[in-house]
Design a protein around this ligand. Structure first.
Ligand code: FAD
Length: 578
């Protein structure tokens, strides 16, 4: 639960979308749920995926045609999986491991105990993401966010003052005022309630009307500028703004996003992306791995039992080193170690900076404005450090206070956020000692894992004097700084003010009918091309855009009763600013 929004009526065991009528009511009479219906392009990808007519077709003479897919993260594998189902032959290239930023690491001393290094908590409003989670039979569970029902207790420690809460109402009134100020700011300044109503009703026209009016006003505004200019926070004063940066909404700790465009934040809060999170049992990487292994039953062309793994004899091809165009118009891919192949279409799902920094990509393949958009992309830094402990000892009760001895913690100290991840009583458990962003993440960059852990334990000792966390640690810590990994160079994109035009170019590039022939056939996907970077939903949905683009490019079409994203883009897609 967030402290800034009310908990909607919702059954957490269900992630499926009940059918909604035009008034946004489900057939059971309850309000339809919020979905990640992005206001820039409120296309219902979940309905598109669930439609019995499927995602379209290619002419049978094209069955078996190879299409290159760069990257075996969730975006690349959704793309490859759907292309395979249509009878094409995806050829996946991967520089490192299957999973990308849904990477899960196991503690060597107890390989069943895992840590999600990238994406770890997935909002139930991300219906396209859960389409694949459900299809592949993965089990999910409530994620222990601050003040969530799955969280036994939360400590907020600000300027040395500690507040213990088992539910939001346990916090001092001050935090209620902070939450109310935020609610008022998004209602007054960004039509929050109207937008959520339109999203619940899946009223595309209304969503677009509301958003298109706000967009030009908001594109030049930072997140911080937005709250500082709001009447509610002006009235409340600096201390409330400061605390909002610490506890924020949903996952808390949003002040490292303060320089980003307010549009990015509005997309998150309108769609409940920061609320009602679940994690995948066994680790997030299970999803891309299952996509790789799964043999769909309803495929064109391929015999039963065919999977991405079987089409690749068990392993993707290697890292891509070069992309160019042959004389005959095909796209040529050279792997870093020399093997070459050419394709009528290529989908690139790696972070787009890599197309200029790590892959020698022929400049003429993209319009100059698109290169500008890629180069101007702004990536967040992020660092996580995990330790394994012998058992979930934080459930022990302090006899003096009656409180848990250790809680999910939000603090303004170095650690910023500490999460407690339970694997059951008397089982080894995991503490995510510190999860940080941007400047906070850069403080860890130059330190090794042990140095990081020492400092993090020092911070926690100040908050929980006398609690011997170190005495419970077993095995080696696991740490990651995504900006230090050459296959990513950052955690994920977050647009700065004035970046809307770049984002619009990147997102709409999959519809190529206005491009010259010489720039067609190469598609961008992945969460940094989406309007919701940092959420796996954006990786999935841009993969589906690329599938639509490839089908169209090769001479195929959408199913007549199930228009695809490119069919509705002109009508409902992101508007152009001047
Ligand atoms: P990637 O996963 O980056 O896949 C691209 C792939 O391309 C990688 O596997 C990479 O190795 C590969 N590659 C790179 N260069 C080459 C090359 N030259 N040749 C071949 N392959 C190459 N999302 C959520 O929904 N919830 C969360 O809680 C959440 N938290 C996050 C926290 C962190 C710290 C991070 C980093 C991400 C988080 N995300 C979260 C975002 C989520 O992880 C991403 O949206 C998603 O994993 C992106 O998938 P992708 O396929 O677009 O890109």
């Amino acid at each position: 639960m967030t402290i800034a929004t009310e908990l909607p009526a919702f059954d957490p065991s269900s992630t499926s979308t009940p059918p909604a009528d035009a008034a946004g009511r489900g057939t059971d009479g309850h309000a339809a749920p919020i979905t990640m219906l992005n206001p820039d392009f409120p296309f219902s990808y979940d309905h598109y995926l669930a439609h019995p007519d499927g995602l379209g077709s290619v002419p049978p003479e094209l069955y078996g045609t190879e299409v290159a897919v760069i990257g075996a993260g969730v975006s690349g594998l959704v793309t490859a999986y759907e292309l395979m189902k249509l009878g094409l032959r995806p050829v996946v290239y991967e520089a490192d491991q299957i999973g990308g930023r849904l990477r899960t690491a196991a503690f060597p001393a107890a390989p069943g105990v895992v840590a999600d290094l990238g994406g770890m908590r997935f909002p139930v409003s991300g219906k396209a993401f859960y389409h694949y989670v459900d299809l592949l039979g993965l089990q999910t569970q409530d994620f222990p966010n601050p003040l969530a029902e799955a969280t036994s207790s939360t400590v907020i420690e600000l300027a040395g003052k500690k507040h213990y809460a088992e539910k939001p109402g346990d916090l001092p009134l001050f935090f209620r005022e902070v939450a109310d100020a935020w609610k008022a700011a998004v209602n007054d300044g960004a039509k929050f309630v109207q937008m959520q109503d339109a999203i619940k009703a899946r009223d595309m026209a209304r969503i677009k009307d509301l958003w298109n009016e706000l967009l030009p006003l908001m594109d030049e505004q930072t997140f911080y500028g937005f709250i500082a200019a709001s009447d509610s926070f002006k009235k409340a004063g600096f201390a409330h703004r400061e605390a909002f940066g610490q506890v924020g909404f949903g996952t808390g700790g949003w002040d490292t996003d303060f320089p980003n465009s307010i549009l990015e934040i509005l997309r998150v809060v309108y769609t409940d992306a920061d609320d009602q999170h679940r994690f995948i049992r066994g680790g997030a990487q299970r999803l891309p791995e299952a996509l790789w292994q799964h043999a769909p039953s309803d495929m064109a062309h391929w015999p039963a039992g065919t999977s991405l793994s079987s089409l690749h004899s068990g392993s993707p091809r290697g890292a891509v080193g070069k992309i160019s165009r042959d004389q005959d118009g095909n796209l040529r891919i050279r792997e870093r170690w020399g093997r070459e192949a050419s394709y009528p279409a290529v989908v690139s799902t790696c972070q787009s900076w890599l197309l200029s920094t790590r892959i020698h990509t022929e400049e003429a393949l993209f319009p100059a404005e698109l290169w500008t958009a890629m180069e101007r992309s702004h990536y967040m830094q992020s660092s996580k450090t995990f330790v394994m402990v012998d058992r979930p000892f934080w459930k022990d009760i302090d006899p003096e206070t009656g409180n848990d001895i250790l809680s999910m913690t939000l603090t303004d100290r170095l650690n910023r956020a500490t999460y407690l991840l339970d694997n059951g009583p008397d089982q080894p458990a995991v503490i995510l000692l510190s999860y940080t962003w941007n400047d906070d993440a850069l403080k860890w960059l130059a330190l090794d894992a042990d140095e990081r852990v020492e400092l993090m334990l020092h911070s926690l000792e100040q908050i929980y004097p006398g609690v011997d966390i170190a005495g419970h640690i077993v095995g080696q810590p696991i740490t990651v700084s995504w900006e230090a990994d050459p296959n990513f160079m950052g955690a994920f994109k977050a647009n700065l003010p004035g970046h809307y035009r770049y984002q619009q170019r990147l997102f709409t590039h999959f519809k190529q009918d206005r491009l010259p022939e010489s720039q067609r056939g190469i598609f961008l996907a992945g969460d940094d091309v989406s309007f919701t970077a940092g959420w796996a939903e954006g990786a999935v949905t841009t993969g589906l855009n690329a599938v639509w683009g490839v089908v169209k490019h090769l001479g195929g079409a959408s199913a007549p009763g199930n228009p695809g994203p490119g069919d509705l883009l002109d009508e409902f897609g992101p508007i152009s600013l001047d």
